[in-house]
Design a protein around this ligand. Structure first.
Ligand code: IMP
Ligand code: MG
Length: 173
């Protein structure tokens, strides 16, 4: 049985880091009315905190991917829910919960590039570089962590634990 083992990132640490990231994003996107694309479901809490801290005019939209277990960029990923907003000419920032193998963000950025945004950047709450199978890096990273399975602050395991206010490690025992 998988159980919560320990707290990896506390609520206070998340709060402080999100606030710093939001300041960086405020400077990067001032005067551009960026389109923030929140990747469902895992990024919903992160994106909600981030956009409120950014405190600049912006547009918010949601996308969702469906994955069929492949680990490569060309693998079996599809759009489950596409963006409603027009992408062409916009300064688009993808907000995602975690960068793991890189397959999802590799697929998503390729998909969005075909819609000709003015700029396209990626902000992830957590990066697990040890797990990468495709060459991908994010423009803005909240926390870099070792190869652990984490839950909380939007992240789930079988749809559980998303509402935890902190990030915990899940493991056997
Ligand atoms: P990637 O395509 O392998 O980079 O995986 C990204 C997706 O895998 C994330 O959006 C999460 O939904 C899921 N994922 C990867 N690692 C974790 C984790 O430690 N906890 C919860 N979900 C994870
Ligand atoms: Mg996800």
């Amino acid at each position: 049985m998988l159980k919560l083992q320990s707290t990896l990132i506390t609520e206070k640490e998340i709060r402080a880091r999100v606030s710093t990231l939001a300041s960086e994003l405020r400077r990067a996107y001032a005067g551009t009315n960026p389109l923030i694309l929140c990747v469902l479901k895992g990024a919903f809490i992160f994106a909600a905190d981030l956009v409120r801290d950014m405190d600049i005019p912006l547009e918010l939209d949601f996308i969702q991917l469906a994955s069929y277990g492949s680990g490569t960029c060309a693998g079996k990923l599809t759009m489950k829910k596409d963006a409603c907003a027009e992408i062409e000419g916009r300064d688009v920032l993808i907000v995602e919960d975690i960068l793991d193998t890189g397959a999802s963000l590799c697929y998503l950025t390729e998909y969005l590039k075909r819609k000709n945004p003015n700029s396209l950047r990626v902000c992830v709450l957590v990066d697990k570089p040890a797990r990468r199978t495709v060459d991908f890096s994010a423009d803005f990273v909240g926390f870099e962590i070792p190869d652990e399975f984490i839950v909380g602050y939007g992240l789930d395991c079988a749809e559980q634990y998303r509402a935890l206010p902190y990030i915990g490690v899940l493991g056997e025992g």
